[in-house]
Design a protein around this ligand. Structure first.
Ligand SMILES: Nc1ncnc2c1ncn2[C@@H]1O[C@H](COP(=O)(O)OP(=O)(O)OP(=O)(O)O)[C@@H](O)[C@H]1O
Ligand SMILES: [Mg+2]
Length: 222
């Protein structure tokens, strides 16, 4: 078990977002978080990724309790061990797609040459090598999401968090992105936590967890 959470609670003002949620994922496993809008999926994702601190409960990554770490240590961990893909890719508009993918490595001190070579490899494996020199504003939604997936994988994270990564795409593009995302993750033994509304997208997971009213329930899929 690489990442494991128990009894998570989180309240925003008077709104209970999590009310005793549990979560666990193995290395290399793909888990989908499903459930209605407002049920607490994003809040759960942000808690297990160490982005927000729950009011109660524990999150353990690789045997270490996240809340026991300092902010600096936790953000370093997010940078080195975790990758993130969001609904709208959130690429830097002023940089080329290649520079966007290379960015996490550059921020960690990797030379431009090495970082961009690595970026090119990933763009190639996600079938968007052709847009390497373009700025994100000039590529399609599906291409942009593949670039965002490449950027999330460039540091070889052990866990990839994806919140509605295909939410802005039509179903054909969405499926292609999911195929490439899960394929690339499996090649690297990266665990994937995937938030989605769509059963079609969840079908790419090994296991589904349903979130309802801030609580989790495991479903065994396919
Ligand atoms: N920053 C915040 N401030 C106040 N309330 C919040 C905040 N974030 C989430 N909430 C509330 O917490 C509950 C859970 O929200 P969350 O974003 O986790 O749901 P979700 O399952 O991701 O929904 P969606 O599918 O629409 O993205 C909702 O009632 C939401 O309004
Ligand atoms: Mg959400």
């Amino acid at each position: 078990m690489i990442l494991c959470a128990r009894g998570l609670e989180k309240t925003y003002g008077r709104t209970p977002a999590l009310a005793g949620a549990d979560f666990a994922i193995d290395a290399g496993e793909v888990v989908a978080l499903m459930g209605p809008s407002g049920s607490g999926k994003s809040t759960l994702l942000h808690c297990i990724a160490g982005i927000i601190t729950p009011d109660a409960g524990t999150v353990e990554y690789d045997g270490r309790e996240l809340s026991a770490m300092g902010d600096v240590e936790r953000s370093a961990l997010r940078r080195t061990d975790f990758g993130f893909v969001f609904q709208f890719g959130q690429l830097v508009p002023e940089l080329s797609c290649r520079e966007n993918v290379a960015l996490p490595l550059r921020l960690d001190g990797t030379s431009r040459k090495v970082a961009e070579a690595r970026a090119d490899e990933l763009l190639e494996s996600l079938e968007v090598a052709g847009v390497a020199k373009q700025r994100p504003g000039t590529v399609s939604g599906g291409e942009g999401q593949r670039v965002a997936v490449a950027r999330a994988l460039v540091t070889n994270p052990r866990v990839l968090f994806a919140d509605e990564p295909t939410g802005a795409l039509d179903s054909l593009n969405g499926e292609r992105v999911m195929e490439l995302l899960t394929g690339a993750a499996r090649d690297r033994n990266t665990a994937v936590v995937l938030v989605t509304h769509e059963t079609r997208v969840a079908a790419y997971s090994d296991r589904e967890i349903v979130v309802r009213d801030g609580r989790t329930r495991d479903l065994v899929s396919s």
